[in-house]
Design a binder for this molecule. Structure first.
Ligand code: AMP
Ligand code: MG
Length: 530
């Protein structure tokens, strides 16, 4: 395997002089040089051919023994310069001090022939100076989840880091999944993640917390020159444009999460990318039944800080932390405040645009559509309603027929019936409200005379996925992978490649959550243990 490495991060930023992986506070440096620790028997479970293509790896290279060895962390290729980055973060609302890559090790940055820069990073590659009390490893279940979701999100059109490969290590890892005194041994794995950069808000926050302002400037200048060259040479004005751009990208990313029903689960500032990418797939989840208060993360069950409906506000809170971190370089609060306001504005615009697409409207008209959507969200939460299936079925609704006028409530809601988890428990009052909303929606559609039914349907199908990585689907793939059978990981990846297409042979992957998955660990309950 021959990759073209250009390791700008280690070349341009100061390194920690200590080369051991003894746990420690690392000052005056952005990273520590550390190599992956060998694993027992690396075996490729799956890889993404699209990500391989970005790196210009050939198909036969990806199935070679060398590939499994490299992506498992046993072999370094010429040109690689492995390191773990130093960062801090606000976790669950409180400053947590130094965190850093405790189990992620960057191998190097590939520059492909199109000039794109792709950082390759192994997650679960062994201890680093930032591992604190943990082992630097990752288990199969969390690695399958990160691998599949990174790629599923990409195919959904959501900004995200990518995943090249999933390798079983042949080693066992001990985890207490629910921190309840029941540790068990689980198969280990390593994911090779790929993104232009894995820089987080926390890489900047740690330098400000330590008052290392010169180093903060060095890191900001590096980031702008390398990843935001279009903003111009670093200067105070450029820093402000940069922050505005981070606010904009974050707003777009969150609007997409809301569109597809994704709940990140741990929106700590160390899990927020400065490139506006979804990063660090841990106890994330997908809404099955629409519930703005839902979070998959049992570690957050008390306060539900990171629940679905809170994500836009949390992102803004995180951006305030980031603004504080770069304040010494700008020395003026007002323009930072203005950028934060622009976050809220961009989010609103994007959210409205995507809502209009989801409903097949020509455009979002706040005067009417705010209340239309408010009532829609109420009826979605009224009885257990599968969000993904509901929107998909809505596209099939005949816009000319009147629902309430049908005078038969069951017939009125029949087009949406598949979306309901317990249709038998719906009362006449529920049905009446849903039918009334359908009528209201049809009237609204009739105002968009310029949109033909065919166009409306196409617009809606492109905004409302049929296939999302439902929590139970990931778990089924995990169950097989843990038994040594990678076929369902590959099959699931394949289905998630075309999330907006009808795939008649793969209907099973579009089915709403089965009853057994309601309370099964990994399907509805996830923790930070991974
Ligand atoms: P997370 O909640 O997964 O974003 O992780 C928070 C911090 O804990 C990061 O600095 C991780 O690198 C670190 N961490 C999580 N799991 C492990 C592990 N098994 N070994 C070492 N560090 C870890
Ligand atoms: Mg993290």
């Amino acid at each position: 395997m021959n990759l073209n490495f250009d390791n700008s991060f280690v070349r341009e930023l100061p390194a920690d002089p200590d080369l051991s992986n003894r746990r420690r506070q690392v000052q005056h440096a952005c990273f520590s040089k550390v190599e992956p620790t060998r694993v027992n028997a690396p075996r490729l479970i799956a890889h993404s051919r699209e990500v391989a293509a970005l790196l210009e790896l050939m198909a036969n290279q990806c199935t070679s023994e060398e590939f499994a060895n490299v992506m498992g962390g046993n072999v370094l290729l010429p040109g690689m310069a492995p390191f773990a980055a130093c960062y801090g973060g606000h976790q669950f609302g409180t400053w947590a001090g130094q965190l850093g890559d405790g189990r992620a090790i960057t191998l190097g940055e590939v520059v492909n022939s199109a000039g794109q820069r792709w950082e390759m990073q192994l997650k679960g590659a062994g201890p680093t100076p930032y591992s604190r009390t943990a082992d630097g490893r990752a288990v199969m279940r969390s690695s399958v989840r990160e691998f599949l979701c990174s790629e599923a999100m990409h195919h959904l059109g959501v900004p995200t880091t990518r995943a090249l490969s999933l390798v079983a290590t042949g080693d066992q890892v001990v985890r207490d999944m629910f921190y309840d005194g029941n540790p068990r041994s689980e198969p280990g794995a390593v994911v090779c993640r790929v993104a232009p950069s894995f820089l987080r808000f926390g890489n900047f926050e740690i330098l400000n917390a330590r008052k290392e302002t010169d180093l903060l400037k060095t890191l900001v200048d590096y980031t702008i020159r390398t990843h935001f060259p279009e903003l111009g040479e670093p200067s105070v004005e450029t820093y402000l444009r940069w922050f505005e751009e981070i606010c904009r990208r974050t707003a777009v990313m969150i609007a997409h999460w809301m569109r597809v029903g994704f709940v990140h689960g741990v929106m700590n500032t160390d899990n927020m990318s400065v490139l506006g990418l979804t990063i660090d797939y841990g106890p994330y989840g997908w809404l099955d039944n629409y519930d703005p208060d839902w979070t998959p993360n049992t570690t957050d069950a008390g306060g539900r800080r990171y629940r679905y409906g809170h994500q836009p506000g949390i992102a803004q809170w995180n951006l305030v932390r980031f603004a504080n971190a770069i304040y010494p370089l700008v020395d003026a609060a007002e323009p930072l405040q203005a950028a934060l306001t622009s976050y809220a504005e961009t989010f609103l615009i994007e959210h409205q645009k995507m809502t209009a697409q989801k409903l097949g409207l020509a455009s979002f008209r706040p005067d009417q559509d705010d209340s239309l959507v408010e009532e829609l969200n109420s009826i979605l939460a009224l009885v257990e309603t599968d969000m993904t299936i509901f929107y998909r079925r809505l596209a099939d609704l005949d816009s000319n027929q009147s629902a309430a006028a049908a005078n038969d409530l069951d017939r009125a809601i029949a087009p949406l019936i598949d979306a309901y988890y317990q249709p038998e428990s719906m009362t006449a009052e529920h049905k009446q409200r849903i039918a009334a909303w359908i009528d209201r929606y049809r009237q609204r559609l009739s105002q968009d005379a310029e949109v033909t039914p065919t166009e409306r349907r196409a617009r809606m199908t492109a905004a409302n996925p049929k296939y999302v990585l439902r929590n139970y689907l990931a778990q089924l793939a995990i169950d097989k992978a843990e038994q040594g059978d990678p076929s369902l990981v590959m099959k699931t990846l394949d289905v998630m490649r075309r999330p907006y297409d009808e795939q008649p042979d793969n209907e099973a992957f579009a089915a709403k959550r089965p009853d057994w998955a309601r309370r099964r660990a990994g399907c509805s309950m996830l923790s930070c243990s991974s």
